[in-house]
Design a protein around this ligand. Sequence first.
Ligand SMILES: Cc1cc2nc3c(=O)[nH]c(=O)nc-3n(C[C@H](O)[C@H](O)[C@H](O)COP(=O)(O)O)c2cc1C
Length: 179
Amino acid sequence: MSKNIAVFVGSASKTSFNHAVVRHLQNIAPSDLQFNIVELGDLPVYDRDLDEQDVPAYNRVREAIKAADAILWVSPEHNGQVSAMLKNAIDVGSRPAGQSAWIGKKVGLVTVNARGSENVINQLRELANATYINMQVAPVAANVGGIFAGSINEQGEIVADEVKANLQNFINEFVAFVA
Ligand SMILES: Cc1cc2nc3c(=O)[nH]c(=O)nc-3n(C[C@H](O)[C@H](O)[C@H](O)COP(=O)(O)O)c2cc1C
């Protein structure tokens, strides 16, 4: 049966390396894994007062989480941390109080950054385990580095064999995890 994977990417850049990796993952994934990229570029910064105002962008994000069979969180590293864009979406999805859409969902973690650092994966694991998020985390994460050293070309194609193998292993493990 087809699986709806809601994909949250912490970059809206037109030349985003994170989106390039998501496209590669969709290409190598089995056809019954359907990626649904959740638009985050227009998501207002989380403000709990807005929860009382029926904000369409908040509703759209929360509904996308609820409708998903599983989730992917994909983030660059910004100054050693998860990007604010993804963190904002995580906060939006965790509210209104008592109505978190994340709870119990399965999530796979991906970071695409310059140095290949583990910071973002570690932070995302912590976020996934937060009290009002409390997700099931895929044991194998993907960490793509070397993006300015030729691992991804200007067309956004993955060219480094090591990165391709890493992403193939990630998707194989993710498929097993969400089965
Ligand atoms: C504000 C900012 C801070 C960054 N900080 C880091 C960092 O701490 N470590 C790192 O490896 N890369 C860092 N980078 C590089 C990004 O990880 C890299 O540009 C990545 O491609 C961004 O993802 P995107 O192309 O999907 O937007 C930073 C980039 C920006 C814009």
